[in-house]
Design a protein around this ligand. Structure first.
Ligand SMILES: [Zn+2]
Ligand SMILES: [Zn+2]
Ligand SMILES: [Zn+2]
Length: 213
């Protein structure tokens, strides 16, 4: 503790500096050295700033990461959807489906890092034709909220995390879901989908299926 007290102001300085551009003052993207470096990811380990194209490319297989955009004076919340990301369900390699069936531009996904609204396209290729949209979601480890034309899903990770916190920490579904809402937006200014009752239903189904396994 004594060593920490000696360095308290330095700790605080580091904490404040990550709110800014840090050492990434160069405006050009370090990957392509062409586009303007404006985007960083709160979930990737690197804090480097990338251009829109490189940020999108870096997240083709990480569609639930949280993105921030540099405005010139501060970082504001942004989304991979606003950058143009469309999630192609049924194509694990991130390739675009030539035979898409259902497509949604406001698909809700609840994950351990918050609540996301995404553009999602379902696959109609011959190899996936036996899988209905709900099954395609399940194979990607997203639990569908409904069977027919699902437009909301809960990741297996968020259902597992809630089950653990509920059993070990006695965290209620309400407090868990409320925490996810605040993780998504702690200001109360952002309108977000209300999926609490849907979450409760998914948790009941999830527990039932896990008991049957
Ligand atoms: Zn770039
Ligand atoms: Zn990321
Ligand atoms: Zn396809």
């Amino acid at each position: 503790m004594l060593e920490w007290i000696k360095r308290r102001d330095a700790f605080l300085k580091c904490l404040m500096s990550v709110k800014g551009r840090l050492q990434y003052a160069d405006r050009s993207c370090p990957h392509c050295e062409d586009g303007e470096a404006l985007y960083r990811c709160r979930d990737c380990s690197s804090m480097e700033l990338l251009c829109q194209t490189c940020c999108l490319n870096a997240h083709s297989c990480k569609p639930l990461d949280r993105i921030e955009k540099w405005t010139g004076t501060f970082f504001e919340r942004s989304t991979l959807q606003s950058l143009g990301l469309v999630i192609q369900v049924g194509h694990e390699d991130g390739s675009v489906c030539a035979n898409p069936t259902l497509q949604f531009s406001n698909f809700t996904v609840v994950h351990t890092n918050g609540i996301h609204v995404l553009s999602v396209s379902f696959c109609g290729c011959p190899r996936n034709v036996q899988y209905e949209p709900w099954a395609q979601l399940m194979l990607g480890e997203w639990y569908p909220a409904t069977v027919l034309q699902p437009q909301t899903a809960f990741t297996f990770r968020v259902l597992e995390l809630f089950q653990l916190l509920n059993f070990e920490g006695k965290v209620t579904a309400y407090h868990f879901y409320r925490s996810l809402e605040r993780l998504t937006d702690n200001t109360g200014c952002v309108k977000m989908p209300k999926r609490y009752s849907t979450f409760l239903r998914a948790v009941r189904q999830w527990r039932h299926l896990r008991a049957l396994k």
